[in-house]
Design a protein around this ligand. Structure first.
Ligand code: SF4
Ligand code: MG
Length: 315
């Protein structure tokens, strides 16, 4: 794997001895070189926190990230900078993540300039980076507010790619965009993957977004991975009742955009998760054991993992 998470947890301490919020709980994840891993779950399930830890943007409470087999935390100096540059992030809201006082050329050239990565003429460098994401280099002196949402996301992608990364961690990169623009940006991600051999951790609340992009899909619920499998398996033979519920709602998700509630019932508070299987209050297949015992994430088929007591039934 090019990047792996080992038993990653993230807790937010709460004031007044309230229970801490477990945003991410003992997550193991591996992404192979050149692979697209789709990470899907409702908002509040911990996927953005996981994304930020994987990208080295924030620290985990425990566990570790390995890049090409080496713990990121153990790297120092030049090696640390190198590894950090190799993993770049694309954010949900490109507008919020772009400095409004910098023009596009400056935004794109800032990090590569800082790290001495521009070997040619800077103007030619910026043109090349803009063209690669489908932006007209003639607009390099314009500011973020002068672009549409889709163009702004292209700027965000160009900025991430300008330091020549191997891995892109994309946190809901199309969910703030109109449906018609979403397809264009998703196509851009696919083209870039082919041209540059990129590896993606691609996060979405929407299974239909990762459908055409992901090689493998991991489903997250209340800070844990509950199912993980090749994309085809997830769509054709979903095992976990939560994945099944997400799939059943898919066509509605597409039309309702961001205000959907994909599964019956509310996502419980991560500061006070239900005992046993966290999904049991909403699960149509819940059994008595589900209220008591947390199911383990286990192999149910080659490369197909699921955390559900239904798989433990012996015949
Ligand atoms: Fe539903 Fe029980 Fe499986 Fe949890 S363990 S998903 S409650 S059947
Ligand atoms: Mg999020």
């Amino acid at each position: 794997p090019i990047i792996e998470a080992r038993s990653l947890s993230l807790y937010y301490p709460m004031p007044k001895r309230a229970p801490s919020v477990r945003a991410v709980h003992e997550v193991d994840l591996e992404i192979q070189q050149g692979e697209v891993l789709g990470l899907v779950g409702e908002s509040g399930c911990g996927k953005s926190s996981l994304a930020r830890i994987m990208a080295g943007v924030r620290q985990a409470s425990s566990g570790e990230i390995r890049y090409r087999g080496r713990p990121l935390a153990g790297l120092t100096g030049k090696e640390k900078i190198q590894a950090k540059l190799q993993i770049q992030m694309v954010f949900q809201d490109p507008f919020a993540s772009l400095n409004p006082r910098m023009n596009v050329g400056e935004i794109i050239a800032e990090a590569p300039r800082l790290f001495g990565l521009i070997k040619t003429d800077e103007s030619a460098f910026i043109s090349e980076q803009m063209e690669r994401v489908g932006l007209d280099p003639a607009y390099r002196l314009r500011y973020p507010h002068q672009f549409s949402g889709g163009q702004r996301q292209r700027i965000g992608i160009a900025r991430a790619l300008a330091v020549n990364p191997s891995v892109l961690v994309c946190d809901e990169p199309v969910s703030a965009l109109d449906v018609s623009i979403q397809a264009q940006i998703l196509n851009l991600f696919m083209d870039l993957r082919e041209q540059l051999g990129l590896t993606y951790l691609f996060i979405s609340h929407d299974l239909s977004v990762v459908r055409h992009l992901a090689d493998r899909v991991a489903i997250m619920y209340l800070g844990r991975i509950v199912e993980q499998a090749p994309a085809r398996e997830i769509f054709e033979r979903p095992n976990h009742p939560y994945t099944q519920a997400l799939l059943a709602e898919m066509p509605r998700i597409v039309t309702r955009q961001r205000t959907f509630s994909p599964v019956e019932g509310e996502l419980p508070s991560p500061s006070n998760p239900p005992k046993g299987c966290h999904f049991h209050p909403r699960c149509p297949k819940a059994m008595p054991i589900c209220k008591e015992v947390m199911p383990k994430l286990e192999d149910i088929d080659t490369g197909h993992l699921s955390a559900c007591h239904l798989n433990e039934k012996t015949g």
